[in-house]
Design a binder for this molecule. Structure first.
Ligand code: ZN
Ligand code: ZN
Length: 79
């Protein structure tokens, strides 16, 4: 399961990889995949991460829940 650090979140889904293994940097107004630069717009800090089926991706991915309580898919950036 994902590990949430202050500046980095490990083990998330991303469009650049299969499985939940991508590291993301935490920025001011988004998180960004270290490997492919995929930007997921959100309001850090990230409260927690959960696994759920994304309707947009059509598969089980990781979702971040940000400081506003918004749940966002880390693969496609949709709610
Ligand atoms: Zn990526
Ligand atoms: Zn998605």
């Amino acid at each position: 399961m994902a590990r949430i650090g202050k500046e980095r979140i490990e083990d998330l889904s991303c469009k650049c990889t299969k499985g939940d293994i991508a590291p993301f940097k935490v920025m001011e107004d988004c998180i960004e995949c270290v490997w492919c630069g995929n930007k997921i717009v959100c309001k850090p800090p990230i409260e927690f991460v959960l696994k759920e089926r994304c309707k947009n991706c059509g598969e089980t991915t990781t979702f971040i829940v940000d400081s506003l309580g918004t749940k966002i898919c880390t693969k496609c950036g949709k709610f």
